[in-house]
Design a protein around this ligand. Sequence first.
Ligand SMILES: Cc1cc2nc3c(=O)[nH]c(=O)nc-3n(C[C@H](O)[C@H](O)[C@H](O)COP(=O)(O)OP(=O)(O)OC[C@H]3O[C@@H](n4cnc5c(N)ncnc54)[C@H](O)[C@@H]3O)c2cc1C
Length: 452
Amino acid sequence: MTGYDTIVIGAGIAGVSCARMLADAGQRVLVLEARDRVGGRMHTDRSAGFPVDLGASWIHGIEGSALFELVRTLGIPTREFTVGSFQAGGRPMEHFAGDGSPMDDAASAQWTADVEHVDRLLLDEIARSSPGDTYLDVTERALDRSGLAPERIDEVREYFRHRVEEQCGAWIGDLDAHGLDEDAIDGDEVIFPRGYDELPHRIAAGLDIRLEHPVTMISRSPGAVAATTDRGVFRAARAVVTVPLGVLKAGDVRFEPALPAEVSEPIARLGMGVFNKVYLEFPERFWGERSYVLRALGEAGADWHSWYDVSAISGRPMLLTFAAGPFGIRMQAQSDEAVVASALRALRQLYGPAVGDPVAHRVTRWGDDPFSRGSYSHVAVGASHRDHDALAGPVDGVLHFAGEATWGAEPATVGGAYLSGHRAAERILGRSPDLAAFARAILTREAGIQGS
Ligand SMILES: Cc1cc2nc3c(=O)[nH]c(=O)nc-3n(C[C@H](O)[C@H](O)[C@H](O)COP(=O)(O)OP(=O)(O)OC[C@H]3O[C@@H](n4cnc5c(N)ncnc54)[C@H](O)[C@@H]3O)c2cc1C
């Protein structure tokens, strides 16, 4: 079949950004994508007449964000929605105590102060930790030093467990002590009232993308690669592999010859977490008008603990909640009806019979998805952030890797995936594609299409 300069495998944000930068530089680029759509873990369901983001929703911190610059240049509207990163306070929240009763302002402020106090001790414990220490180890040491009463310690412990589940999709005892080091939020967080997958779709427009082309094998020889699909073998001078870490860990793509230890060991060491979303649309609003998030502590929030008000996006009374880590994996085995019933039981502990039966719901199962096999990567015990970057290769000068799991400064995010695509393009071209020019070129192309 035709020879290309570069084959990009996977049409998520990393893949389409890299492919577009290479194509803008004059390369012949082919993108092979397993699914019947572009966007990967950025996927917006618009079937109900309003956007429901089943994968990524947020830019976690817009200050200094290259991704936000791109979004702004493309004129994609955003809406401020801070506390997407599991903060304890910072924006209006409704907190509920372990017995399901609402906390008053003083109790909420005390709770937030407790978390911040232990968080400061935790930073100190992380700095003093030894290789092999887990995030649970350092959390327990910080709690021991906290001086808080036992029942308050239990609630703060639970909060940190949930934070790791949401941020990493992992159990707190499986995460390395340094697993949240990069987790800084600079500036506001924003979401996308038109749906986040507008971004990869606009970048991808006009690229040669073959959908429903799962790659099963990538072979390499000096100066050449071949990607095997059940619709043929595609050849190029090099490849950029952007399939998720979960797919690499499962061995769904065979490499011929096998990957060297510099890349295969990080793949084995890093973890792929599970983080699922449940959206519930209600006949009527039963929660406060001002709150971004409802959060239940202790018993009341053992599984379903945080509820995000996304009514401003849907235009209907709608809450989003998450099931992550071990709970997220267990949840995937249940029917939608069982999941919704269980979430409703938790909500009714907080609001009683005011919680009506939902008129619609969406439940994701990213861990069962064969082209994702999880939600995002994390630093499992024994791994380090360096493993993320080592995973990028290149291998023998012809095999590059990109995607969120390859970007150590900001893994598990759209922003990290975007920059990893840029890095792969930079290594291939031998110069750094200008991100502002990249964004402007998308607009120019769109104007050309509209004008023609
Ligand atoms: C539920 C959920 C919520 C999230 N929330 C946020 C958030 O709010 N903010 C944030 O920044 N990040 C969030 N993330 C993470 C974010 O979605 C990802 O980090 C980012 O989209 C990854 O982009 P990528 O290009 O690396 O991978 P992907 O988007 O997964 O792209 C990889 C592509 O490879 C394809 N592929 C897989 N196997 C093959 C194969 N064998 N052959 C060919 N193609 C293949 C896949 O179909 C996919 O299209 C969330 C993720 C999930 C699952």
